[in-house]
Design a binder for this molecule. Structure first.
Ligand code: ADP
Ligand code: TRP
Length: 332
């Protein structure tokens, strides 16, 4: 077993989708055999948008069920709710003293939220990257499997870790984003606007809970372009996106065939989207069915969360005790 520690979280803000799977969960599943892993549901992070209290539990339980349906084994890893580990908010408080208003205001995800919800620019939103840093540093993690949209937050975590180390003594390792293969993944939305996401672009996002016909309908509407008129022409973004999705869910032979059709101008995007829809159906169906079955057994999910929190707190308590000491908080 590799010694490097792995941490990652997903917010319970809606149904999980192909972006979450290929950006994050696929890596979780591959890493669980080789590293000590801490994976959690970032319920505190989801409070920045004031979700309905009645919905929160359902959303948290669904994220747990969907993660397990994707192949996570709660026996091998710690799978827990962020709010079950009080050491995280305590470390967050310590890190907040090292995070500056100016740098937090410059974070692109914060600026996006200010544009999207000008009536709710709360302090939790501003300090979102600090809480995320606490999530990671509380286990002194080095590897953070996340999609491309989170890379900057991990960079900030490195900055906060360095600042802590410079001031109080070398303690936190520097974490890095992690993805098997090459670059961090960004799964595009089907309408050509940004990435697939839990709460935006609902009709342009394929969810792990979508039934077969919903997947087919969404794929039918996916954005395409005019067919190429010259051999080997450069792909437009919409077409590139379709190929990107196909590389994720279809086999190599299928991708090669459509690529050849594109390059010799015989491609029909309707056929390509139909093939893509069928490959998505094949991929999602078993995950959807298992996640549904798991969600019916609330007691099992509660037990998983309880055991996960116990494992996470054991590691978190050690880090926090040391961090408090380094800061000078040890009076007795
Ligand atoms: P969302 O943005 O859908 O609300 P989260 O912010 O909770 O999802 O992200 C959970 C994980 O899924 C993160 O690691 C994030 O980078 C990854 N992720 C989310 N959307 C995508 C996407 N379209 N492509 C790749 N990774 C993604
Ligand atoms: N901020 C991440 C997102 O929006 C979720 C998250 C919270 C996270 N804490 C984390 C991811 C720690 C990795 C590590 O997707």
């Amino acid at each position: 077993m590799n010694k490097e520690i792995v941490v990652s979280g997903i917010r319970p803000t809606g149904f999980l989708h192909l972006g979450n799977y290929f950006g994050a969960m696929r890596n979780y599943v591959k890493m669980q055999d080789d590293y000590p892993c801490y994976f959690f549901v970032a319920d505190y992070h989801s409070l920045t948008t004031h979700p309905n209290p009645q919905d929160l539990k359902k959303n948290v339980f669904r994220v747990v069920a969907e993660n397990i349906a994707c192949g996570l084994d709660p026996e091998k890893i710690a799978l827990y709710a962020q709010s079950d580990v009080p050491e995280i908010p305590e470390l967050y408080l310590l890190l907040n003293m090292l995070a500056y208003k100016g740098e937090l205001e410059k974070v692109p995800t914060f600026k996006d939220k200010v544009r999207q919800q000008p009536e709710n620019v709360n302090a939790g939103l501003l300090t979102y990257p600090v809480l995320m840093s606490a999530d990671i540093l509380i286990h002194r993690a080095q590897k953070v499997p996340v999609g491309k949209d989170q890379v900057q937050h991990v960079e900030m975590t490195r900055n906060f870790a360095q600042r802590f180390n410079n001031r109080y003594g070398a303690f936190f390792p520097e974490p890095h984003p992690f993805n098997f293969g090459s670059e961090p993944v960004k799964v595009p939305s089907l309408d050509g606007n940004g990435k697939m996401s839990k709460s935006e672009n609902i009709n342009a996002t394929i969810y792990l809970a979508d039934d077969d016909d919903t997947i087919r309908k969404k794929m039918k509407k996916a954005k395409t372009d005019m067919a190429p008129t010259e051999p080997n022409s450069t792909m437009t973004e919409a077409v590139e996106n379709l190929f990107q999705l196909m590389r994720l869910v279809s086999d190599e032979q299928t991708v090669a065939t459509f690529l050849k059709n594109y390059n010799d101008c015989s491609i029909r995007y309707g056929d390509m989207k139909q093939q893509l829809a069928e490959d998505m159906v094949t991929f999602i169906k078993p995950i959807r069915e298992q996640a549904q079955a798991l969600q019916e057994d609330e007691q099992a999910i509660r037990t998983i969360l309880k055991n996960g929190a116990e494992k996470a707190r054991e590691s978190a308590a050690k880090t926090l005790a040391e961090a408090r000491k380094l800061v000078g908080i040890h009076y007795y």
